[in-house]
Ligand binder design. Sequence first.
Ligand code: FES
Length: 147
Amino acid sequence: MPKIKLLPQNTLVDVSEDKDLYSELKEKGIHINSTCGGCASCAKCIITVVEGEENLNEIPFEEKQLLGNVFHITKERLACQVKASGPATIDISMHEQTKSKPVIKRRKKEDVSKMIEERKEKRKERPKKLGGGRKPKAFDFREDKES
Ligand code: FES
């Protein structure tokens, strides 16, 4: 398994030779921007190759259509089209998630059922309301009613 060094985190990641880098990093929980999901049409998954470009696959036609034939100048490739056969170093600093963006965390099903049970127990502990829920009648002050 080839090892890919990710910058600026400076971490090593093992990737398989037959899978593209975008899906490999996504599986490992590393964020790479994309709107097309890895089918080479959005050009948002651009990464910069720092070292080991000889260990990456050749640039396919779809990638050349999006980025042009300027890899020798920019050293940029589409992560969804890159397959590594040896060690390489890539820069993914442009894919860092902004901290202002809210992260939506969903609760696990077990946690939700636990919360529901806790609420039920709390409800049992509460004193029951008296009065049957009826509205009290207004007091009548008229004197003629007494006689
Ligand atoms: S993920 Fe859209 S072009 Fe690579």
